[in-house]
Design a protein around this ligand. Structure first.
Ligand code: NAP
Length: 251
């Protein structure tokens, strides 16, 4: 039976996979959480919004006779990834994660690693600084216990309500970004510290490389730890898995 694929998206990798499966004429749906206002046009059908937890996702898989799920969500979308593991197990649906390797500290990097956002907030308890807080918009309120800093926020969409940070400036931009552009941004705003999630991949790395170039410290939030699942790092590997139904490659 040919695969009927559900791609859990919200990333460049998910869009690339959507393009690749469309070219092959596969039946596939791309799922978005619905967090951003302007979704990219896609060559396959899409659905938008949460499924309603594990039960809702399991029901969706059954109702739509999904045979394969590719979790191509962002490496910090831990809830969705955990739900996918459990719902696929419950419904005997094949699951593969399409992931990016994390960034690794290299010569010239001045990183302080923290395990999660709460630990990043604790690490910011010192004197006022000019901080580029590059964590998206969902968790900005968690930084309200550190109102002393001047925050530079770069967001895909303007927030519905202003973040509860008394000193902040918002730049609306979707990226991808260049190292030269981000170095200029950091210099123009006299940034003293970059706070970032270890997203991995190239699209969001410019700020990290720019910080290295300028000798700026980075407070790096490590990835959440997820339940074990099969993972690959490229669209081609996903296509290979789909072609062989995951059996020949042992994934
Ligand atoms: P999350 O905390 O793991 O997910 C929270 C809930 O949002 C999920 O339980 C699910 O709701 C819904 N959801 C998440 N991804 C979904 C998808 N692809 N399709 C349908 N529903 C989805 O996720 P998040 O960190 O808020 O991220 C939301 C989306 O933004 C993801 O698609 C992710 O790829 C993208 N994104 C996240 C980040 C980041 O830093 N977290 C960065 C870039 C892009 P139900 O339980 O109701 O099913």
């Amino acid at each position: 039976m040919p695969p009927n694929l559900l791609i859990l998206g919200g990333t460049l990798e998910a869009s690339a996979l959507a393009g690749a499966v469309a070219e092959k004429g596969m039946t596939a749906t791309l799922s978005y959480a619905g967090r951003v206002e302007r979704l990219k046009e896609q060559p396959i059908p899409r659905r938008v919004g949460g499924f309603g937890g594990v039960c809702g996702l399991a029901q969706y898989l059954r109702d739509h006779k999904i045979t394969h799920v590719v979790d191509a969500t962002h490496s910090f979308a831990a809830q969705m990834s955990e739900n996918a593991v459990v719902a696929c197990r419950q419904t005997a649906t094949r699951l593969l994660a399409l992931t990016r390797p994390p960034w690794c500290k290299k010569a010239g990097d001045d990183w302080q690693n923290v395990r999660d956002i709460a630990a990043a907030v604790t690490a910011l308890s010192g004197p006022a600084k000019r901080v580029m807080l590059a964590i998206g918009r969902m968790h900005l309120a968690q930084f309200s216990p550190c109102p002393q800093h001047q925050y530079l926020l770069r967001l895909v969409d303007a927030p519905d309500v202003p973040p509860p940070l008394p000193h902040h400036r918002i730049i609306i931009s979707r990226g991808p970004f260049t190292v030269a552009g981000d170095a200029a941004l950091l210099q123009d705003h006299d940034i003293e510290l970059v706070v970032a999630k270890n997203s991995g991949g190239s699209g969001a790395q410019a700020k990290i490389l720019a910080a290295r170039q300028l000798g700026l410290p980075v407070l790096m939030i490590d990835r959440p730890v997820l339940s074990p699942r099969d993972e690959v790092g490229s669209v081609d590997a996903v296509l290979d898995w789909l072609a062989h139904d995951g059996t020949e490659r042992g994934v």
